[in-house]
Write a protein that binds this ligand. Structure first.
Ligand code: SF4
Ligand code: SF4
Length: 435
């Protein structure tokens, strides 16, 4: 049987050639900052990728490990004066690593088969798993185990994983949001809402808040009950073909021709969803529709600022001091930095205090905190230190992974800070206005 062509060899070579080795990205790279090693820098990684594309190097385990030590935070893209498309390089490099099989082991293959190739390919399965987890949490079993001291007997890594296990919401998006939510007042736009996978299990309330905010801003919102994963998890973890399959399903379900915008409130998903055209390039049926799709995908903050926020008003708004952590895939992946601050600025009595290193990764980075816990914990501790220094009551951010990571961090440090999606703060302001 003929093997599939190398990902790095078949990709557009001009993308591999963009790097001019200036090193301006190095100070912005968290892994280089931690080790000061060239191979852990964007420049070093791009050299490795190019060596493989040129046939000077075979994909080895060391190469694959390096690609998985990279956070995929894309800070290097923001810093790069040559416009290197690191996001595309990174996805091809991880796909190359997977295709080469150098990381294969029975345990790793089992986990990947179960999660990427089964669980996240049909969100009904994920929801069943979520409901089982919810049962474990709500029946008190989790509390009993934590109090009994059994947890202390587990290895440190398992204890950490248990600590990070998110609470599943009692009601998922389909229970909270109608398939069609009418605009409040005059209908200005017709949009669709993507409820996500992890976002739906752990932050379905944020999805409900997003729909409410859209309705307050004159949008009729279509929220199909059965939705698919956007495929970002697959693309970032080397499963290129599955990511393509999921992209086609999304385009078929949402028909971008019939909508003014397709809204996401999860930065990691948004960054991936806006690049279906690259993912489906050359696809005879979907390539053209993917371009239209990309133009219709909007992050919720981006969309609200684009259409003009109708500001909530109300004399009784409580005063709150809020700091804002910028999710990598919002600020670096989508270049959206100003709009979330504008959204927060529309809330009465809200004082925004800037967070030092607000664009520095918190260590969540998809599943990075699961596969590289040491580096992820260092980044989290650094983030929590900065949060503490702001003396803010609230940390706002716009990605489920960052929310979970920062919630874990402030809990560890007993920091009395509320961690919340920025859109929830806006939704609360509208609710106060209506009451
Ligand atoms: S994506 Fe982040 S971790 Fe990876 S090379 Fe770029 S800056 Fe460094
Ligand atoms: S800043 Fe851009 S061009 Fe310069 S080394 Fe980094 S990736 Fe290459």
């Amino acid at each position: 049987m003929q093997s599939a062509p190398s990902h790095l060899k078949k990709m557009d070579y001009s993308v591999l050639q963009q790097c001019m080795h200036c090193g301006l990205c190095l100070p912005t790279c968290p892994t280089y900052d931690a080790t000061q090693l060239e191979r852990n820098s964007p420049r070093g990684r791009i050299s490795l990728m190019r060596a493989i594309a040129d046939g000077r190097l075979e994909p080895t385990k060391a190469f694959a490990d390096e690609m998985y030590f990279c956070l995929g935070c894309l800070a290097c893209m923001t810093a790069c004066p040559a416009g290197v498309n690191y996001a595309e390089l990174f996805e091809h490099a991880r796909a190359e690593a997977e295709q080469s099989g150098v990381l294969d082991s029975p345990k790793r293959n089992l986990i990947r088969n179960f999660t990427l190739r089964w669980l996240f390919m049909d969100l009904r399965r994920l929801r069943v798993m979520g409901r089982l987890l919810r049962l474990y949490q709500s029946l008190g079993l989790q509390t009993v185990l934590r109090r009994s001291g059994v947890m202390r007997m587990l290895p440190k890594r398992l204890r950490e994983l248990e600590e990070m296990m998110p609470r599943v919401q009692p009601r998922l998006s389909a229970d909270l949001i109608d398939p069609v939510t009418p605009a409040i007042g005059t209908r200005r736009y017709r949009v669709a809402m993507l409820t996500g996978c992890a976002q739906d299990l752990m932050f379905s309330d944020v999805n409900r808040d997003t729909v409410e905010v859209l309705a307050h801003n004159g949008c009729e919102v279509i929220t199909p009950i059965r939705q698919f994963c956007c495929g970002s998890l697959h693309a970032h973890n080397g499963e290129w073909n599955l990511a393509q399959q999921l992209a086609r399903r999304q385009i078929d379900q949402f028909a971008p021709e019939e909508l003014d915008a397709i809204i996401t409130n999860a930065a990691g998903c948004g960054s991936h969803l806006k690049h279906y055209a690259t993912l489906l390039e050359g696809d005879p049926i979907y390539a053209e529709r993917a371009q239209l799709w990309d133009s219709k995908i909007k992050d919720i903050h981006e969309w609200l600022v684009q259409i003009g926020i109708i500001p909530p008003v109300g004399p009784d708004a409580p005063s709150q001091t809020v700091t804002y952590h910028e999710a990598c895939h919002l600020c670096h992946g989508q270049k959206i930095s100003r709009q979330p601050r504008q959204v927060l600025g529309a809330i009465p009595n809200l004082k925004l205090v800037e967070l030092a290193e607000s664009t520095w990764c918190c260590g969540s980075a998809g599943i990075y905190n699961l596969i590289q816990p040491e580096m992820a914990n260092d980044l989290l501790a650094r983030k929590v230190d900065h949060i503490r220094n702001t003396k803010a009551d609230v940390v706002a951010t716009a990605n489920p992974g960052c929310l979970l990571q920062i919630i874990t961090g402030v809990k560890r440090e007993n920091l009395p800070v509320r961690v919340v999606h920025s859109i929830t703060l806006l939704a609360e302001a509208y609710r106060r206005m209506a009451s």
